[in-house]
Design a protein around this ligand. Structure first.
Ligand code: PEP
Ligand code: MG
Length: 591
């Protein structure tokens, strides 16, 4: 049997092939001091390399736009802006003139200085931004040192699985899915820019492999499973058979699922379920619809801010929100206001480094403090209400005051839109995510001021169990089936019913077969799941009876441990639902 390595699932698909190591490394720059007379020549050389890099990035951006769409193309904006920024350009020129450094040395110094400053002043998870900076550093240095272009490293040779310490968006977007069978990286999470591009390009990918790239050699054979986040190195014949069979099974399963898309999401005994899509980019709305979604239950809007040097304008936001609403003119679209902080830091906010960013200046707290950021978003969402059934969803609410303040701001923005003669519909709804035990326990009060609740189990689990959701070391402690979580879900469901407001769940738990079974059993009949999982979860919903789910859920409320909660559910759902292979991390960690 080959050696197995567990990482983070980033982009689905199973790949078999040889390893090709790609070292996206800053090249060695010789320390060179130039004579006075040559300083201006070096300045010219630097500016020429800068102009060339701008030109190349624009080409890559145009290519990305044509291939993947304009949202994906925006990923290159921070780098283009850096090439105009006085902090980068003027400072490099100063180092050449004042310290007599060669152009590559001066540029390297300046960029490393900025790198060190960003690392110090922000959370380490600013890695995505740092990788933009590194991308630029490598590109410009290669030019100045007369080395071949970094994209050439991908080569046109035999199809291979790229293994690298980290990847950059510009490298990823140049990949041809026919040549690049898969991607495996030491760093990187699902929200890294290159990860978003890998999913758009449908290249299987696994990240978070720690130091794997330092342990492999070119040409070693590998199996990569992007759905499980697993690597098998030097697989033997039986590994190959296992994964070949798994691939065939997944393909068959996907064929079956495509038939489910047009069917209603209803349990065997006739309980309808509102099954909606979670999306991260506007373009995913169409894909969600094609997968059978009945609206959007969570539109994460951070793509508009993360990785950008400036605040997004109202018009740009309005267009993005309207585009999604127009895909579902008769269905609900839940637009979540910016959920920044935690692990998402836009450059322009200069967010301070915090000891505990997940307990820090995050989500609604940031928005209520930064009205220059928040007001244009509220205004843009209000304008989108003219096109459909828009629900405004507030993240990480703990307190009724936060909702009241947002209502006040919305009132002011409505007045301003009326004054400007800009259309909107006043029939929109406002609600909050239930993501903390405080919100769950205080749901009665929050319900008085909300038109709906959406339970964000990803955060609710992290805050209930005091387990950082991004810490791979604690992954087996992060358990959505913990009795303390189940009781809160039950409580919020009861409160919502009593208050007559809709409650849905939009955390990953809703996309897990046992999770969906439990939630329906607790009378939460609106689920929002990552759009690719919709057919799968619809098939599960169609295969059990709500009455069985209720019986099992009642039992879980008396279960003393997570293991027993899971047991009650597994017994109740019956053998017709396949769990271990397809239901993701939680079901797998059970087996
Ligand atoms: C959640 O916390 O469950 C949620 C849906 O939001 P996010 O994963 O974006 O924090
Ligand atoms: Mg959340």
């Amino acid at each position: 049997m080959g050696a197995t390595f567990e990482g983070l699932p980033i982009s689905e698909g199973i790949a078999f092939g040889p390893v090709r190591l790609v070292q996206w490394k800053v090249p060695e720059v010789p320390h060179e001091v130039v004579p006075d007379a040559r300083a201006e020549e070096e300045v010219e050389r630097f500016l020429a390399a800068r102009d060339w890099a701008k030109e190349r990035l624009r080409e890559v951006q145009e290519g990305t736009k044509a291939r993947l769409g304009s949202m994906e193309a925006r990923i290159f904006e921070p780098q283009l802006l850096m090439l105009e920024d006085a902090e980068v350009v003027d400072a490099t020129i100063r180092y050449i003139r004042e310290n007599r450094l060669s152009a590559p040395r001066a540029f390297e110094w300046r960029m490393l200085e900025l790198h060190a400053r960003w690392v110090r002043t922000s959370n380490p998870m600013v890695l995505d931004r740092l990788s933009d900076l590194e991308d630029l550093l490598v590109r410009v240095l290669h030019r100045l040192l007369g080395l071949s272009e970094p994209g050439d490293m991908l080569g046109d040779g035999e199809p291979a699985i790229i293994v690298s310490h980290n990847l950059t968006p510009s490298l990823t977007v140049q990949m041809n899915p026919e040549q690049i069978l898969g991607l495996a990286t030491d760093l990187g999470t699902r929200t890294s820019h290159w990860a978003i591009l890998a999913r758009s390009l449908e290249i299987p990918a696994v990240g978070g492999l720690v130091d794997l790239s330092a342990r492999l050699k070119d040409g070693q054979q590998m199996i990569l499973d992007g759905r499980l986040g697993r690597i098998v190195l030097e697989p033997d014949a039986s590994d190959r058979t296992t994964y070949e069979e798994r691939k065939v099974r997944i393909r068959k399963w996907e064929e079956e699922l495509s038939e489910v898309v047009r069917l209603d999401s209803v349990t065997l005994d006739g309980q309808p379920v509102a099954l909606r899509a979670n999306i991260d980019l506007p373009g995913e709305a169409v894909r969600g619809k094609a997968h059978g979604a009945e609206g959007v239950g969570l539109f994460r809007t951070e793509f508009l801010v993360v990785g950008r040097n400036s605040m997004p304008g109202e018009e740009e936001q309005y267009e993005a929100y309207r585009d999604v609403v127009e895909v579902f003119p008769d269905r609900a679209v839940f637009i979540r206001t910016f959920d920044l902080g935690g692990d998402k830091f836009p450059m322009f906010l200069h967010m301070p480094a915090e000891e505990n960013p997940f307990l820090g200046w995050r989500a609604i707290r940031v928005c209520l403090d930064e009205l220059d950021l928040f007001r244009p978003q509220l205004r843009a969402i209000l304008r989108a209400t003219a096109h459909g059934d828009v629900r405004i969803l507030l993240p990480l609410v703990n307190d009724v005051e936060e909702i009241l303040r947002v209502r006040e701001l919305l009132g002011e923005e409505e007045d301003s839109l009326r004054r400007d003669g800009i259309p909107f519909s006043s029939g929109y709804k406002l609600g909050c995510l239930i993501e903390t035990p405080a919100a769950a326990l205080d749901a009665v009060e929050l319900a008085r001021h909300c038109d709906f609740f959406s339970i964000g189990t990803n955060d609710l689990v992290q805050y209930t169990l005091a387990v950082d959701r991004t810490n791979a070391r604690l992954a087996n402690l992060y358990n959505p089936f913990h009795p303390a979580v189940v009781r809160q879900l039950h409580q919020v469901s009861r409160v919502s019913r009593a208050a007559g407001i809709e409650v849905s769940v939009c955390g990953e738990m809703a996309g897990d077969p046992l999770g969906a079974f439990l939630l329906l059993g607790l009378d939460i009949t609106a689920l929002s799941v990552a759009w690719p999982s919709i057919p799968e979860i619809k098939k599960v919903i169609r295969s059990f009876r709500i009455e069985d789910a209720r019986t099992a859920a009642r039992k879980t409320l008396a279960a003393p441990s997570s293991a027993e909660v899971i047991q009650c559910l597994a017994d109740g759902i019956g053998s017709s639902v396949e769990l271990s292979d397809f239901s993701g991390r939680w079901s797998l960690s059970r087996s």
